[in-house]
Design a protein around this ligand. Structure first.
Ligand SMILES: Nc1ncnc2c1ncn2[C@@H]1O[C@H](COP(=O)(O)OP(=O)(O)OP(=O)(O)O)[C@@H](O)[C@H]1O
Ligand SMILES: [Mg+2]
Length: 358
């Protein structure tokens, strides 16, 4: 792909914080951002050159948008695949429809990982209370998840072997479910790989993640070697690269993994977009995940993914906003607010990147 000239327009599908940070990265490289997002709070639009506020199914709006931009990225993985396929007829798109389609369904993701020889927890499709009862007996309990549209632990239930299958099945209000074996993990980690249009790959150092109540709370990066040994780092990075290649991904792909008690890395899920657990790369890597995605969309060479020091990224939810006042007077703490209109409990409002002393 020929590099885009200065002032070219990067179209961003989705208007949340990932789009906002992508638009900031685009500006640093001399590009304009045009956001496409449905109506509602869309903090990315505050700092973009243009915004189209329409549904992802509005073909007319998509067409006008495609004509107004030079290259398209996606900050949201649940955009209808048809919309991305339509846009791809007009402009280069990231991440591509194979990656989106895979990431939109938990069974697809895990089947894909297995097909590539990447170990996963045991899992089974659940479509009714009977199949759930059988699966619970087989796995001795587990985590029941909706296959589509879950985030921040929403659409999930932890069940034990004796849980009532009919009640559990009814409560998720979907017949497209997966039961996963419960993994007593020693750590949660994520890997991030970038893949350019010509197939070049680059991986960042892995992140060590702490969740609270199903929501990512904080990330330490690069993940300490005592937890992610060089061998595990190699296995995880190669798995991320294999997924990116197999899905013909353009852009960035995050892979969430568990470290099981026997030391094995187990695949959890993918996200074919910038990922919360790599927000540390804004100050903590030679090239941030956002900057890399814009480079790829613009046909520029990949930047170095080398880490610069050690970092802790902490999410600031609606209930944590007071923490930002303290952070203002801390040297080595970088504040990234998302400009959301309303602070709600559990809603991601900002994050802090703190440089750790080592
Ligand atoms: N099979 C499992 N065994 C043990 N814990 C699990 C399992 N699946 C999920 N969890 C826990 O629940 C968290 C959220 O699960 P998962 O990543 O599948 O859902 P999500 O809603 O897509 O989350 P997010 O969008 O925040 O990544 C995981 O990070 C992990 O802490
Ligand atoms: Mg997850």
């Amino acid at each position: 792909m020929k590099p885009l000239a200065e002032n070219a327009v990067i179209g961003i599908i989705g208007g949340g914080q990932l789009g906002r940070m992508s638009a900031l990265a685009a500006a640093a490289l001399g590009y304009r951002a045009h956001i496409f997002a449905p109506k509602g709070d869309a903090p990315a639009t505050d700092i973009a050159n243009a915004a189209t506020r329409a549904d992802y199914t509005d073909t007319e709006a998509l067409k006008t948008f495609a004509q107004a931009v030079d290259s398209i990225i996606c900050e949201f993985e649940n955009v209808p695949v048809e919309a991305m396929d339509f846009l791809a007829q007009h402009r280069p798109v990231c991440p591509g429809s194979a990656a989106l389609q895979c990431a939109q369904h938990r069974l697809n993701e895990k089947d894909k990982a297995r097909a590539l020889g990447i170990p996963t927890p045991r899992y089974v499709a659940v479509n009714d209370a009977t199949s759930l009862a059988e699966a619970l007996a087989e796995f001795g309990g587990g985590i029941l998840k909706t296959c589509r549209l879950g985030y921040d632990g929403k659409g999930q239930l932890r069940l034990d072997a004796g849980s009532d299958a009919a009640t559990a099945f009814a409560s998720l209000q979907s017949d497209d479910l997966i039961l996963e074996e419960f993994i007593n993990f020693t750590a949660e980690v994520s890997f991030l790989v970038a893949r350019a249009h010509d197939g070049t790959l680059a991986t960042w150092a892995p992140s060590l993640n702490q969740h609270r109540g199903g929501i990512l709370h904080s990330t330490e990066a690069p993940a300490p070697e005592a937890i992610i040994t060089p061998k595990l780092k190699k296995i995880g990075s190669e798995a991320a690269g294999a997924l990116a290649e197999n899905l013909d991904l353009r852009g960035v792909l995050a892979v969430e993994m568990f470290v099981a008690s026997d030391g094995q890395l187990l695949f959890n899920e993918i996200a074919p977009r910038p990922h919360n657990s790599f927000h540390w790369t804004i100050e903590g890597a030679e090239t941030s995940q956002f900057s890399q995605l814009i480079r790829i969309a613009a046909g520029l060479p990949l930047g170095s993914t080398e880490a610069i020091g050690h970092w802790r990224m902490t999410n600031i939810l609606g209930e944590d906003l007071a923490r930002l006042n303290e952070a203002l007077s801390e040297t080595g703490t970088y504040i990234h607010r998302y400009g959301k209109a309303e602070a709600r409990t559990g809603r991601k409002m900002a994050h802090l990147n703190q440089r750790l002393k080592n």
